[in-house]
Design a protein around this ligand. Structure first.
Ligand code: CDP
Length: 211
């Protein structure tokens, strides 16, 4: 039977790493839905268009192709910020729904991570995990990630980004960041990757039994 895992949470909470680990463990395909919003924003920036150009943003969202993603570029710091601006546009979100739902509808199941997977995209998902961590911990993790990618990683500026993005993602009216009523919360503030993965596996076993 199809097994869909929905992982949501704020910026740099560790949801991407957790989603990849769970996907590998269960042999399921994984979709990082943040990349869709990052790629939409990137297309506008490349054309020199403002991020509030709704028509162009919808056209960009509709023409995305998962295989063409330049992940290195999309994960740059300013792209996360730009993504959260286009992600607040309801028409952009609507344009990306079918692509995400068809990914989730694969026979074997799928792991999707984002902000609204458990609430809007896959409300029927068997397992929903809401991953959180203190803003300071998330900023430290993101600074490390960016430094590893050779990007400038000023901690204070990154903490400011994290707080601003939390507020924008949580306060928007279209699919705001919030746990689904049936989600389990996983606070990774004091957990490393292995600890978070072990906790998530326990949650999965409680929900579905087995491995
Ligand atoms: O990796 P990080 O958590 O920093 O960001 P991301 O998951 O790549 O998402 C970038 C931005 O896209 C977020 O701040 C959200 O505004 C938006 N997003 C969204 O609205 N819905 C999703 N399902 C995924 C991302």
């Amino acid at each position: 039977m199809s097994f869909v895992i929905a992982i949501d949470g704020p910026a740099a909470s560790g949801k991407g790493t957790l989603a990849r680990r769970l996907a590998a463990h269960y042999g399921l395909p994984h979709l990082d839905t943040g990349l869709l919003y990052r790629a939409t924003a990137c297309a506008l920036l490349d054309e020199g268009l403002p991020l509030d150009d709704v028509e162009a943003a919808v056209a960009a969202a509709r023409s995305l192709s998962l295989v063409d993603f330049d992940e290195g570029r999309l994960r740059a710091r300013e792209m996360g910020e730009a993504a959260s601006v286009v992600a607040a546009i309801p028409a952009v979100r609507a344009a990306l729904i079918d692509m995400q739902r068809s990914f989730a509808a694969r026979t074997e199941g799928a792991v999707l991570d984002g902000r609204d997977i458990g609430t809007v995209i896959c409300p029927e998902a068997k397992l929903k995990i809401f991953v959180t961590a203190a803003p300071e911990t998330r900023a430290t993790r993101r600074a490390l990630e960016l430094a590893r990618a050779g990007e400038d990683a000023d901690y204070a500026a990154i903490l400011e980004d994290v707080r601003k993005r939390d507020a924008r993602d949580s306060d928007r009216s279209a699919a705001p960041l919030k746990p689904a009523a049936d989600a389990v919360t996983l606070d990774t503030t004091d957990l490393d990757i292995e600890g978070a993965f072990a906790a998530a596996l326990t949650m999965a076993q409680q929900k579905i039994g087995g491995k």
